[in-house]
Design a protein around this ligand. Structure first.
Ligand SMILES: NC(=O)c1ccc[n+]([C@@H]2O[C@H](COP(=O)([O-])OP(=O)(O)OC[C@H]3O[C@@H](n4cnc5c(N)ncnc54)[C@H](O)[C@@H]3O)[C@@H](O)[C@H]2O)c1
Length: 423
């Protein structure tokens, strides 16, 4: 179909998302356990915005004419890559669906998307809306299934032309190998992180406390880019710590459908147990437990908002991705030191910088080895902003203009010219 027709279908889909946003937000909370207010007020609007953004791209994708030596007319065609295989995780079921499906459809591909086994519900529901919007049968295929079977089948399939994966670094390595061993399909990977959140001595402390809290605890701490290493300058460390602890203790945990609740349960028993093991490891390795540290209540996979101080870089809680509501606060003395320490990680997804000094901000921006640097803000996920990791946080970028290349082939067409009027 023409790009304009594709664009109109995606726009109609966005309208349907808007129309059904109440039940979609409820489904997302049922599926994942995240606070309903978060799904309704933050995530569903972002979902709709992202599809409208990519609807706008559908009819603006084109190649170039290229000047070359000799009597030739040279052009590039930007073709759809073909069948896109997409594997997504459970922490943001619909946003991850959008980051994958939006650009792939805008570029004219067909899709087989596998949702995470913990959260199959909302992706199925919105796919039905896509068909209502006029997407022909067979273009978007959503399957529910387990990783080592359904996911592996996609990664190693000879007729899948491109693979986009979001999940753990461990699984990312497995699917990359599968792609290499099958048909060498290109792979984009969005993987784990251990992002530093750096609070300089001149920062607005109250704002920094609130944003550091948000950076870590948002979505039950289940964010790949969570600010999970809070580095605080020694001159403000004590004040920051007291306030960060007080903020964590005020965090409202409970039934995600209840108004005002900030934190729901973790996704499943496996993650719940893993987080509690990391909390025990923090205590055993000598970090100071300032607040939380235990299960919240006696029913469901709820965990108390937990804050550790006196965290050292070589502790497991400072090195591994915990993926839970556990904030680690570390002290630093000077800029060179914090740059070195922030970069000493196998990950490189994101970083937060809090300072009122533009020179400090500029120095840190260029020195930090991370795919996103947020300055005096965090978790800004506009559809146009590329997202992805350095090092073992992944390969390639999603969102924005950068995602289009993931779903296109470039064909060079060279035509011999007999009597060119000009070259
Ligand atoms: N970078 C990002 O944008 C981003 C976003 C969300 C989550 N994550 C990362 O994901 C992790 C948590 O999610 P998880 O536990 O669901 O990760 P996971 O890697 O186990 O699962 C992610 C997806 O991969 C599938 N999968 C699992 N094993 C597979 C296999 N052998 N072959 C093919 N597919 C397989 C799963 O079914 C699921 O759909 C965290 O480490 C987090 O940082 C990263």
């Amino acid at each position: 179909m023409t790009p304009y027709e594709r664009s109109k279908i995606i726009l109609r889909f966005a309208d349907l998302l808007e129309k059904h946003s109440d039940e979609i937000a409820a489904l997302e909370t049922w599926d994942n356990g995240k606070p309903h207010e978060q799904a309704a007020k933050a995530e569903i609007p972002m979902l709709i915005r992202l599809f409208r953004y990519y609807a706008g791209w559908a009819d603006k994708i084109h190649g170039l004419t290229v000047p070359a030596d000799g009597n030739y007319h040279v052009q590039t065609l930007h073709e759809p890559i073909g069948v896109a295989g997409q594997i997504i995780p459970w922490n943001f079921p619909l946003l991850m669906f959008a980051w994958k499906v939006g650009p792939a459809l805008a570029c004219g591909n067909t899709i087989v998307l596998k949702s995470a086994e913990q959260t199959p519900l909302s992706a199925l529901y919105v796919s039905k809306l896509f068909h209502e919007a006029g997407l022909p049968p067979g273009v978007l295929n959503v399957i529910s299934g387990f990783g080592p079977t359904a996911g592996a089948a996609l990664a190693s399939h000879m007729d899948v032309d491109k693979l986009a994966f979001t999940g753990s670094t461990e699984t990312g390595k497995i699917v990359l190998q599968m792609a290499a061993k099958s048909n060498l399909k290109p792979v984009t990977l969005e993987l784990g992180g251990k992002s530093p959140f750096i609070v300089c001595g001149d920062a607005d402390i109250d704002k920094a406390v609130e944003l550091a809290h948000f950076a870590l605890f948002f979505n039950q701490g289940q964010c790949c880019c969570a600010g999970s290493r809070t580095y605080v300058h020694e001159s403000i460390y004590d004040e920051f710590l007291e306030k960060a602890k007080a903020r964590a203790m005020r965090r409202v945990v409970g039934d995600p459908f209840r108004k005002g609740v900030e934190q729901g349960p973790q996704i499943d028993s496996e993650q719940f147990e893993k987080i509690l093991r990391y909390i025990r490891s923090g205590v055993e390795s000598g970090a100071t437990l300032e607040s939380g540290g235990e299960r919240f209540g006696s029913k469901g996979y709820y965990i108390q908002p937990t804050v550790f101080s006196n965290v050292q870089d070589d502790m497991l809680i400072a090195k591994d991705e915990i993926f839970g509501p556990v904030q680690s606060i570390l002290k630093f003395k000077d800029l060179d030191e914090v740059i070195r320490r922030a970069n000493t990680t196998r990950y490189g997804l994101a970083a937060g910088v809090f300072t009122q000094n533009i020179d400090t901000a500029n120095t840190l921006t260029r020195a930090l080895r991370a795919g996103t640097v947020w300055i005096n803000c965090f978790d800004v996920f506009d559809a146009a902003i590329p997202f992805g990791g350095y090092k073992m946080s992944g390969q390639g970028r999603e969102k924005g203009i950068y995602s289009l290349n993931n779903y296109l082939q470039v064909k060079a067409v060279v035509t011999s010219l007999k009597k060119p009027a000009w070259l």
